[in-house]
Design a protein around this ligand. Sequence first.
Ligand code: DGL
Length: 354
Amino acid sequence: MSQRLKTGLALTLLCGTFTVHAADRLPNVVIMATGGTIAGAGATSTTTVGYTAAKIGVERLIEAVPELKKVANVSGEQVFQIASENMNNDYWLKLAKRVNEVLKQPDVDGIVITHGTDTIEETAYFLNLVVKSKKPVVIVGAMRPATAISADGPINLYNAVAIAGSKAAIGQGVLVALNDEIQGARDVTKTNTMTTNTFRSPELGSLGYIVSGQAQFYRASTRKHTSETEFDVSKLDSLPAVNIAFGAANANTLAIDAFAAAGDVGIVYAGTGNGSLSTPVRARLTELRQQGIQITRSSRISNGPTIRNGENNDDKTDFTVSDTLSPQKARILLMLALTKTKDSKEIQRMFYTY
Ligand code: DGL
């Protein structure tokens, strides 16, 4: 029996009667901390903005919620400690490799990742494509620092651990859980800069709720994820250089020229409407495509698919489109696609698959 299971079991036995049967045992859940507001500290108990993120370590997060021991044997590890606006490809590779390593351990039933909310949706989607297990992986954050009155972190952490230990969450893909809702990694996005109900899956909907520690699912993602994907980062030390340019009135080519000059191998363009491109931008992107850079049209609009061959003849320019993926998630899929192929038709298939 691993040290982790012994520790968890010892804690559980200390906290109440417990029959050690495989079927009855509490699930073993590993909490991996990465920083963010859930680990944040403010100057006063009423400081809900203007605090410092990524200050409190994983052991203190666990100590602050003694109720965790009622739903799981928990152990914690601090993978890194950052405000999530600083998340990057290197952190993602480190986190993904560690998650896959821990999930291979037979005595681990699920993982919770505590994370800043700014880029939680991106980390969730990246892991949704590269985690090689059906075991639950639940990413959780908070909109108020741990030091605030009515901090939402403790209840969000309790709910996330309950979900990660639930059989209902097996095979659902990577999940994001705040504010009593369960969101799927592919469609979730942060919709408000400050409120606790900020995470939504607009128009496509959440997957379920967490009610008094019970995960209740009402929907499932229709797109492939986790152990069903073709992506494997276990042997990668870096990811292909892909950046996002944003479309608006008066759009010019300065950003995409800079990306090309920097050696990018892919560019996601967050166009207006159905991923529309101004005439100069379309001409320059077409040139860059002919030079071998992959171009994916996405949209700055929150909902609806970016559709092929609308005002842009994608068959002619050999661009791909992001379907309903936001620009920030399209970047992730294009990066991983470029670890497998440079064929636009194959990349477009991936956008319609994941
Ligand atoms: N600095 C932001 C981050 O770490 C704070 C937002 C939060 O975690 O809620 O994402």
